[in-house]
Design a protein around this ligand. Structure first.
Ligand SMILES: [Zn+2]
Ligand SMILES: [Zn+2]
Length: 94
């Protein structure tokens, strides 16, 4: 083993060191880095209604949701214990 724990995504454990392919997309996180996939929210929960919107619909239906993104809470794969279903397109996010 070479390198330390900072060379691996704190979310999924994928390597994020230079040359790993995740290096350019990595973002600083608690105690290390997240790979691009883990840093991207999989969707959003509406703070008032609790509805789940996938990352696509959250933007596509921004006006309809109503001033939208201010009221939406980012949801990361790490945050959920079971798949969430988008209330617009029924896409399952996990
Ligand atoms: Zn990751
Ligand atoms: Zn959707």
């Amino acid at each position: 083993m070479s390198g330390d724990h900072r060379d691996y995504c704190v979310g999924c454990g994928e390597p994020v060191h230079f040359g790993s392919g995740n290096y350019v997309n990595r973002v600083p996180a608690d105690g290390g880095f997240l790979c691009g996939a883990c840093a991207e929210p999989i969707g959003y929960n509406h703070e008032r209604t609790g509805d789940f919107y996938c990352d696509v619909c959250a933007f596509d239906h921004e006006e309809e949701i109503g001033n939208a993104l201010l009221d939406l809470e980012q949801v990361y794969a790490d945050d959920i214990t079971e798949p969430q279903t988008c209330c617009k397109c029924s896409r399952r996010c996990e």
